[in-house]
Ligand binder design. Structure first.
Ligand SMILES: Nc1nc2c(c(=O)[nH]1)N[C@H]1C(S)=C(S)[C@@H](COP(=O)(O)OP(=O)(O)OC[C@H]3O[C@@H](n4cnc5c(N)ncnc54)[C@H](O)[C@@H]3O)O[C@H]1N2
Ligand code: MOO
Length: 426
């Protein structure tokens, strides 16, 4: 007689897009009451909560893009190429209107004086100094076209225009753009508070000796770094001992003050881990088998807060996502499933990672029924190379790669085919 518990037959696999759609219709942006206004310096990686509109033109006035001389083109003719220098205008100084028949010495960024309609760069001029204390004359060696080297008022940003929209993620260029219209502070979405923990009695922290049967906990580092890069405030709870009571207590504690609890390991069909029964006891849990490789098993649910009524249909606690333990599976599912959730919590508009068509410089003759995410690297010929070992335990593949080839289920790849590439860039 068998002592093994009865096993459920495998359920049909859920398509990734359907799993994502379920996640993203369930998880709603964090409450507006938690929005913050922060210094533009401190806003990198945050999601903008309100549009940034410009109250000014950028540049605020016509200005020169070269060091040289501002002049009126009509003052030059076949006979006249020598003009008196009437004034000197450094950047930050507003000059006088240009007198007919004169040029203004100007420096890059200086405002164009009224009446001037072109700039000649100094390399195309010859300066004739004067000994009477005046600025002397300039000989124009190349006749300019009207408008030459003039940057127009408002050519970058127009007064009243929206330069950044609510829901945009703030990268370095966006912060500079906000500053260019004078925004010293920005209204941003709250940072999702994420509690992270690993499960597995085989896990040992780097710095500790590796006892027999143990491995180092790498997911803790990968996931924490990804979450921090996504703008989360991470509480790292480390390795939770593999006992039901401890796991339940850790979940209950984490749910009080976090928006999301993220774990790795213990979501497949084995009976060793306590993460599934612990979440089920403390909230609700869906165990999905997703048609993707790596990353088939994924757990999604929520953990109640102490104040909650035991109302299974209301979400009043922390979201729960349990990622598979295999290091590459954890990494890939965090990028493809957790990242959109984190962005959704912050009210971001672009949730899906960018993808590009690129040429495969490799063969992939073994089609898998699941949609595969293959670790690949851009080569100098504008194509993609594949890491030779695509096992979900080989983290070297993720360190080596620049991104993932998103290969539909059941499809082989031949050298020269166009494939869909998702770069790792945040
Ligand atoms: N009979 C079946 N077995 C498995 C199935 C299945 O469908 N039927 N699915 C496989 C797939 S696919 C995956 S992915 C894994 C997912 O397993 P778990 O999420 O339960 O993860 P564990 O069993 O705890 O660990 C898997 C693997 O990863 C290592 N691991 C775990 N945590 C860490 C960590 N923090 N740092 C580094 N490495 C970690 C762990 O030692 C295991 O080697 O299940 C398959 N099995
Ligand atoms: O999905 Mo598992 O992630 O294939 O190793």
């Amino acid at each position: 007689m068998s002592t093994e518990p009865a096993r459920r037959p495998a359920a049909p696999l859920l398509p990734l897009d359907e799993a994502l759609a379920r996640l993203l219709t369930t998880v709603q942006p964090l409450p507006a009451s938690r929005r913050e206004t922060v210094s533009t310096f401190a806003a990198r990686g945050r999601v903008l909560a309100e549009d940034v509109r410009s109250l000014l033109d950028v540049p605020p006035a016509d200005n020169t893009s070269m060091d040289g001389y501002a002049l009126r083109v009509a003052d030059l003719s076949d006979d006249v190429s020598r003009l008196r220098i009437g004034q000197r205008i450094p950047a930050g100084v507003v000059g006088q209107p240009l007198q007919p028949g004169t040029a203004a010495r100007v420096f890059t960024g200086a405002q164009i004086p009224a009446g001037a309609d072109a700039v000649v760069m100094q390399e195309q001029t010859r300066h004739e100094p004067a000994d009477d204390g005046s600025l002397g004359h300039v000989v124009i060696l190349a006749r300019p076209g009207a408008g030459q080297w003039i940057r127009r008022q408002g050519e970058d940003v127009r007064t009243g225009s929206t330069v950044l929209q609510a829901g945009a993620r703030l990268n370095a260029a966006a912060l500079g753009l906000a500053a260019s219209v004078g925004a010293a502070r920005l209204a941003v979405a709250p940072r999702p508070r994420v509690a992270l923990f690993s499960t597995g009695d085989e896990l040992v922290m780097p710095g500790e000796p590796l006892r027999p049967g143990a491995i180092y906990n790498s997911n803790r580092y990968t996931l924490r770094a990804l979450l921090e890069g996504m703008g989360c405030e991470v509480t790292d709870l480390g390795i939770v001992p593999d006992r039901l009571a401890d796991t339940r207590a850790a979940l209950r504690e984490a749910a009080q003050s976090h928006d999301l609890i993220l774990t790795s390991g213990g979501v497949s069909v084995g009976e060793e881990d306590h993460i599934k029964p612990a979440v089920e006891a403390e909230g609700r849990l869906h165990l999905w088998q997703i048609a993707m490789k790596p990353g088939k098993p994924l757990a999604f649910g929520s953990v109640r807060r102490a104040v909650d009524a035991p109302d299974a249909d209301r979400h009043l606690g922390a979201w729960f996502i349990g990622l598979p333990g295999n290091p590459v599976s954890s990494f890939v599912t965090c990028l493809l499933m957790v990242r959109p959730v984190i962005l959704r919590l912050q009210g971001a508009t672009a949730l899906a990672p960018k993808a590009f068509p690129l040429r495969a410089d490799f063969d992939w003759p073994r089609a898998d029924p699941r949609r595969e995410f293959l670790r690949a690297r851009l080569n100098e010929r504008g194509g993609l190379d594949l890491f030779p070992n695509q096992s979900s335990g080989v983290l070297t593949s993720a360190g080596w790669a620049d991104g993932l080839v998103d290969n539909p289920g059941g499809q082989t790849i031949a050298r020269g085919d166009t494939v869909r590439f998702i770069p790792f860039t945040e």
